[in-house]
Design a protein around this ligand. Sequence first.
Ligand SMILES: Nc1nc2c(c(=O)[nH]1)N[C@H]1C(S)=C(S)[C@@H](COP(=O)(O)OP(=O)(O)OC[C@H]3O[C@@H](n4cnc5c(=O)[nH]c(N)nc54)[C@H](O)[C@@H]3O)O[C@H]1N2
Ligand SMILES: Nc1nc2c(c(=O)[nH]1)N[C@H]1C(S)=C(S)[C@@H](COP(=O)(O)OP(=O)(O)OC[C@H]3O[C@@H](n4cnc5c(=O)[nH]c(N)nc54)[C@H](O)[C@@H]3O)O[C@H]1N2
Ligand code: SF4
Ligand SMILES: [Mo]
Length: 672
Amino acid sequence: MAAENVRTVRSFCRICTSLCGILVDIEAGPDGDTVVDVRGDRDHPRSKGYTCPKGRALAKMHHHPNRLEHPMLRVDGALVPTTWQECLDDLGGRLRRIIDEHGPASVGIFFGSGLGMDATGYRLAQGLHAAIGTPAKFSPMTIDGTAKVLIADLMGGTSALSGRPDYDNTELLLLVGTNPVVSHGHNIAMPNPRGYLRELTARGGLWVVDPRRTETARMATGHLAPRPGTDYAVLAYLVRELLADGADRDFLRHHTQDGAALATAVEPFTVEHTAALTDTDPALLAELLAAVRATGRISVETGTGVTMSATANVTQWLACALAAVTGSLNRPGGTWFHPGYWYQLEGFELPISGPGGTFGPGPSSRPELQSMLDEWPCAALPDEIEAGNIRAVLNLGGSMVTAFPDAGTLTAALRKLDVLATWEIIGNETTALSTHVLATKDQLERPDVSLWDVLMTEVGAQYTPAVLDPVGDRRSSWWVLAELGRRLGHQLADTSGQVTDDAMLAGVTAGARAPMEQLVEQRCIRLGYQVPAPWVDRHIERLGGWRLAPPALVEQLAALDSPAPLVLVPRRQRGKLNSQLDYLGEPTEVHLHPDDAASAGVADNQKVTVSNGNGELAGIAKVDPTIRRGAVAIPHGHAHDANVNRLTSKDTVDILTGMTHYSGVPLSVRPA
Ligand SMILES: Nc1nc2c(c(=O)[nH]1)N[C@H]1C(S)=C(S)[C@@H](COP(=O)(O)OP(=O)(O)OC[C@H]3O[C@@H](n4cnc5c(=O)[nH]c(N)nc54)[C@H](O)[C@@H]3O)O[C@H]1N2
Ligand SMILES: Nc1nc2c(c(=O)[nH]1)N[C@H]1C(S)=C(S)[C@@H](COP(=O)(O)OP(=O)(O)OC[C@H]3O[C@@H](n4cnc5c(=O)[nH]c(N)nc54)[C@H](O)[C@@H]3O)O[C@H]1N2
Ligand code: SF4
Ligand SMILES: [Mo]
């Protein structure tokens, strides 16, 4: 079918962490290569031909009218194209002066999602961060979800325990605040979620807890729609009742501690109390309990509906407690723990954290906050800039204006920086605020590996060569970072032109489970996974058993407020990845229940203003009987007056982890 000047290159998609195999058709022409089509690769062992609309839009991403082809420098207020030499000399000089005068903490670094999918760029960014030695490191962790990491640390004694459903064997899957049919999962990504869930429901049960009857809920055995942020009560009820009848006593006795304190904490959550608090049907709660009792084992997976809420920590705790009570941790049909592909956790003895978890000092402008995994909360950035503590920001593939809370306050702060240097492929609101724009290779222009091994549904790895040559002056992110490092006096990599992207890849991924040559040859290595994994059992034994009732969480549970009557809930859109792919035209739809629409005086498809004490957003009302009363679902990542982060606050964060509240934010809706 292909014309003579069209060639097809096999690769894998890195828009999201599902990493689907793709075939890219490229037409050679007098003005260079044109990507004419991107489709699923039927021979790919994991995704077997599956792709979603985002991956199939890679051609549009590559040929975007706003794509960046040259480095740019702000001169007299305007960004102008320049040479790499001039751009990097200017940036390096400014950074050196700022560091000399104000110290390394005056440089903030955001590890954005764009660079997160660029293996050599990400590794070199880690190197540059270490070389500069700034504590002001930020990443999507504190705007996506800290709760999973926190709970691993508090209950399992190490944040390295990355638990996920044993999808291959589960007979009962409970999804809380995640909609994989659209998102492909949170912190674990599966190609073809519908296909997978169809297989699961053919052999077992699927329950979904979500204020909306989502695409995933429509495939489920049962769906509960509690008031936003009250999910913890559903889980506490299940734990309470199972402790009375149906718990795995043997597992509790031999692999856990603090069971009595857990029982005390969940004691108030009778079916009556839980039904009233969550506004759900007591008969449905009883039905879910009966399903858990009948199956015995359970896989529980949460998503951003949980991790972005004010009750994230307690919900994640009780989800893990439910898995413990049913003897499902590190057991078939329950939770398995990813041992890593690039680094292998079973190879060494994991350090054991204290019962209070592992935290460090936070930024001085926000004394109430602490650092977690050596990162500062994103919410702290505006205050650190306003205080004069942070004077330069290196934004590595982030769309900061749409991703961080309090877009208005953040934008004003970013304008005050001496340096805002952004590594990007397409111009956006954040590049428009930048002093330096570093135009780097997009995913089709570089060889790569699946760096985020622990986000995969199995132990394994993938490799792709570059699909085509870079356009314009685009350079590899690693090269730009290393050249900047060189100007700051750090030798991070050989940038003389002798070292290829592939050689860099081999270097940064050394020590993996299989040699790089084998991965390059096979493209996709699949090692499956082991459950129970002896390294996990060994670690938990040294810990003295899973800690079922961390005091900080017992305290947070006791102190919870009831949610506001009308609140924001986050939601992903099919044709979008955070702020990316906006050109696929997903609208800023504001889904609300018919009763809430009637109270607000708004009709379906009407233009609305959503507002609260932080700001206003412009959207289009979708009157939706499948969302529960009191929840208003708005997607994020839209620009300018449709940016949902006009409604969120840098000051409303989880006090333990600094995670911003992006769910459960009070608001009101009115006709525009
Ligand atoms: N209110 C609210 N806020 C949210 C969320 C929410 O649900 N509600 N979600 C949060 C979540 S879960 C996350 S993960 C964050 C995400 O926030 P970000 O990490 O900022 O992610 P993106 O919006 O995907 O922006 C990634 C940027 O990288 C660029 N890019 C893409 N490919 C490449 C590449 O190969 N190289 C380089 N250099 N750049 C590239 C893209 O053009 C894009 O501008 O946002 C968070 N913010
Ligand atoms: N198509 C697409 N895929 C994506 C992304 C994207 O932007 N678009 N982003 C990627 C990223 S960065 C991430 S982090 C993942 C996120 O992956 P998911 O966490 O699965 O994200 P969502 O699909 O938004 O599902 C969250 C669900 O939580 C529900 N929810 C909101 N508040 C509450 C609550 O209080 N309680 C309960 N029980 N549910 C609640 C929402 O209604 C929504 O259905 O998706 C990734 N995949
Ligand atoms: S699910 Fe879509 S965006 Fe994610 S890797 Fe697959 S094709 Fe790409
Ligand atoms: Mo995310």
